[in-house]
Design a protein around this ligand. Structure first.
Ligand code: FES
Ligand code: FES
Length: 155
């Protein structure tokens, strides 16, 4: 018997009153219940970064976060990054610097990249790579990703 929990969560500044199993991850809540499929399920085990979102401005792996931990906090996903029709500077930089190929890892890369700049881990390529090391890219778009981060950090 699954235990359903009533939850009120705030995602991209919108409030949702939902019911979720106590073991539901934030990633499944986003993708399956709220149809916010930007965050990707790569590994579901904290090893690829494709599911990265922000909680109260800090990056987290949504596959390792329980939905039940989220009420009272603000979740931001890739869907909430742009300002209306205006892309976030990091989204623009990824386009300009070829920061992606197939795009599967990209939402997670961009959420991590935004945190990287915000937290100031951009003093060297090595520092950027270290901060971004939890976000894997099977297409090998790493150089474009680093360039994108440098570009936004320089602004
Ligand atoms: Fe969360 Fe891979 S799906 S880290
Ligand atoms: Fe294809 Fe990164 S762009 S996995």
């Amino acid at each position: 018997q699954k235990e359903q929990l009533p939850l009120t969560v705030s995602i991209n500044k919108k409030s949702y009153a939902i019911k979720a199993d106590t073991r539901t991850t934030l990633l499944d809540l986003l993708r399956e219940d709220l149809n916010l499929t930007g965050a990707k399920k790569g590994c579901d085990h904290g090893q690829c970064g494709a599911c990265t979102v922000h909680i109260d401005g800090e990056r987290v792996l949504s596959c390792l976060t329980l939905a039940a931990m989220v009420p009272g906090k603000e979740v931001t996903t890739i869907e909430g990054l742009a300002n209306g029709d205006k892309l976030h500077p990091m989204q623009e930089a990824f386009i300009e610097c070829d920061g992606f190929q197939c795009g599967y890892c990209t939402p997670g890369q961009i959420m991590s990249a935004v945190a990287c700049v915000k937290e100031g881990h951009t003093k060297s390529v090595a520092e950027i790579k270290e901060f971004m090391s939890g976000n894997l890219c099977r297409c090998g778009a790493y150089n474009g990703i680093v360039e994108s981060i440098q570009k936004v950090a320089a602004k």
